[in-house]
Design a binder for this molecule. Structure first.
Ligand SMILES: C[S@@+](CC[C@H](N)C(=O)[O-])C[C@H]1O[C@@H](n2cnc3c(N)ncnc32)[C@H](O)[C@@H]1O
Length: 362
């Protein structure tokens, strides 16, 4: 499936740099998280008195901290696969293969540094902490979009949209779904767009995060067997954990193998990289379905131009743009979790109204 359909990001030096920053964060994942999750705690333990260490040892804490390395290693193996199959960066399958065969993390760093020097002719810039921290949310979003466990959440958010589409474009009637174009802006890891394309609609997912695009590219194009990959998405969090086994819970993905379900020649599904507002400037009308809360992406970024609306203000502006709200099909009382860790002692619930609105074609 084409990743950057309709865009020319690969000719743009700034975009290529942004892509490489994401790739570097995948490659650096293991070193960063082993230091952050394991080494720092083990070093704190050495500062404790012998009595305190004995006390901790008796609860299994020290053993638990050491076990984290293997979970981090498994996540790292997944990210190396993502790098090996990434369609855009100069980093290639060779570096991913080489790194996968090394067990010592200091040696990983050395190989990675040499690789960087040869490729870029300069010393490696360490992957930035925000990029590395985002890898946690990519793993959590994999649970939401591509695991059996995520079906609970998908049933609350994606299923109402799919039900609506099936009802309004019934397959058995004379309705040509392949000529019905559906756009999923901010498609994340692409599950909703994939489900819509599986109903034979022409569907394009759009996403401006290279992290999301590169991970979804791997899942959508290269995962041929269900449950063939194992990740440990909850290993990074030490707060609100009931039992150690909850933190080490493994999740297998994908619950369905997307590339075997979409037919070989299917040209009814694509993912487009880039800013939704830039790519789809010309709005000719159509049907809008939105399920979700109101997270304003740039709220805490003073350098961005951002005015955050309430839900009521958003509905008013929608109507000023010519949309007609369909209150019968909308559901203003829906609630769902987002990227839920159902074993955590902390769970969030969002109000996620489903809004259906039409804009007549001019
Ligand atoms: C909260 S996530 C939701 C992802 C997915 N729809 C889901 O339900 O799991 C929102 C996504 O929208 C993307 N996004 C935000 N603003 C965007 C824009 N202007 N153009 C394209 N993608 C955007 C973000 O990168 C993020 O992956």
């Amino acid at each position: 499936m084409d990743l950057f359909s309709g865009s020319n990001v690969l000719q743009d030096a700034a975009e290529i740099r942004a892509i490489n920053q994401v790739i570097d964060s995948f490659l650096y994942y293991r070193n960063y998280y082993e230091e952050k999750l394991v080494d720092s705690r083990l070093s704190t333990i050495t500062k404790l008195s012998e009595q305190q260490r004995e006390l901790l040892g008796s609860t299994g804490v020290i053993k638990k901290i050491k076990t984290i390395s293997s979970a981090v290693h498994a996540n790292y193996s997944f990210f190396l696969q993502v790098v090996a199959y990434n369609p855009v960066s100069e980093h290639s399958i060779d570096i991913a293969d080489t790194l996968a065969s090394i067990s010592d993390k200091d040696q990983i760093l050395e190989v990675f540094q040499n690789f960087f020097q040869v490729k870029h002719g300069k010393q490696m810039e360490y992957a930035s902490i925000p990029h590395l921290e985002r890898l946690k949310s990519a793993l959590n979003m994999m649970v939401r979009d591509w695991s059996s466990e995520g079906s609970y959440e998908r049933n609350l958010t994606y299923a109402p949209i799919l039900r609506f589409l099936k009802k309004h474009f019934p397959a058995e009637k004379k309705c040509d779904r392949s000529n019905t174009k559906i756009l999923v802006p901010g498609a994340g890891l692409g599950r909703l767009a994939f489900e819509i394309a599986s109903l034979d609609f022409y569907c394009q997912g759009n996403e401006f995060s290279y992290l999301m695009l590169i991970v979804s590219n791997y899942i959508l194009n290269f995962c041929t067997e269900p449950d063939s990959l194992t990740v440990y998405p909850f290993v990074h969090d030490f707060s609100n954990v009931m039992k150690a086994s909850d933190q080490f819970r493994k999740v297998t993905i994908p619950d369905v193998a997307p590339c075997s379900l979409l037919s070989e020649n299917s040209d009814n599904f694509s993912m487009a990289g880039g800013d939704f507002l830039e790519i789809y400037k010309n709005d000719y009308g159509g049907l809008l379905i939105n399920v979700g809360p109101l997270l304003w992406h740039y709220e805490n970024n003073p350098n961005e131009c951002s005015i955050e609306l309430t839900f009521e203000e958003y509905l008013l502006i929608l109507q000023k743009f010519g949309f007609i709200l369909d209150f019968e099909e909308s559901d203003m009382n829906a609630t769902t979790p987002y990227s839920l860790n159902h074993k955590s002692m902390l769970t969030h619930q969002y109000k996620t109204p489903m809004v259906v609105a039409y804009k007549p074609l001019k």
